[in-house]
Design a protein around this ligand. Structure first.
Ligand SMILES: NC(=O)c1ccc[n+]([C@@H]2O[C@H](COP(=O)([O-])OP(=O)(O)OC[C@H]3O[C@@H](n4cnc5c(N)ncnc54)[C@H](OP(=O)(O)O)[C@@H]3O)[C@@H](O)[C@H]2O)c1
Length: 176
């Protein structure tokens, strides 16, 4: 099967937090617009809890593969996978079918922890805030493995809680 690149897409606070109480601990409208533009039309991989945080439904315009140990679960409009590797195989088949050039891995914490070992690129929105009471974190980015190739400062707009920096990291050492 063709090797479509795997891209982690995430927003992370200064202290590594990505979630709190099953949701994101901020409102970042500017970043959401970028996120939508970057992900539309591409296959997405999400953990079951992240799908729940979307209200149990996939984001429109993006085919989803949901990772869960409950293979009896049926969710309209999504494929189910029993492991991250199965999800990657299914997402690659979808990508081939629809001609997508990238697969988005959208979290959450459990999925990022597993996916960082195989991801080719990281699209990281660094949120310029410390979130002391977060309960879900992103793993450390190993600079031996990923190099930052671009970074853009994004001031807080009217509907953003914080300013951000949007950075792209590419894998420099091949994944196993
Ligand atoms: N800041 C961001 O960019 C961002 C992005 C996404 C999510 N989030 C936040 O992250 C939090 C959710 O993350 P989370 O870590 O709690 O959950 P998660 O990673 O979204 O989902 C965890 C679930 O995925 C399934 N799973 C994980 N590993 C598996 C494996 N190896 N095999 C089979 N199934 C597996 C299990 O589902 P079952 O229990 O069904 O078996 C597990 O309970 C929320 O607060 C959300 O808002 C933040």
């Amino acid at each position: 099967m063709a090797r479509v690149p795997l891209a982690i897409v995430v927003a992370v606070s200064r202290n590594g937090v990505i979630g709190r109480d099953g949701d994101m601990p901020w409102k970042l409208s500017t970043d959401l617009k970028r996120f939508k533009a970057m992900t539309l039309g591409k296959p997405m991989i999400v953990g079951r809890k992240t799908l729940d945080s979307y209200g149990g439904k996939p984001l429109p315009g993006r085919p989803h593969v949901v990772v869960t140990r409950d293979m009896t679960r049926q969710i309209e409009g999504v494929q189910i996978a029993g492991s991250l590797h199965e999800a990657i195989d299914k997402a690659r088949a979808i990508a081939l079918d629809i001609g997508a050039d990238e697969i988005g891995i959208l979290g959450g914490g459990q999925i990022y922890r597993q996916a960082i070992d195989v991801a080719d690129v990281l699209y990281i929105t660094h949120v310029e805030a410390d979130i002391p009471d977060g309960d879900t974190v992103f793993p450390d980015i190993d600079s031996e493995i990923f190099e930052k190739v671009s970074e853009e400062a994004v001031p807080a707009g009217e509907k953003d809680n914080y300013p951000t920096r949007f950075a792209i990291y590419r894998r420099k050492i091949a994944a196993n």
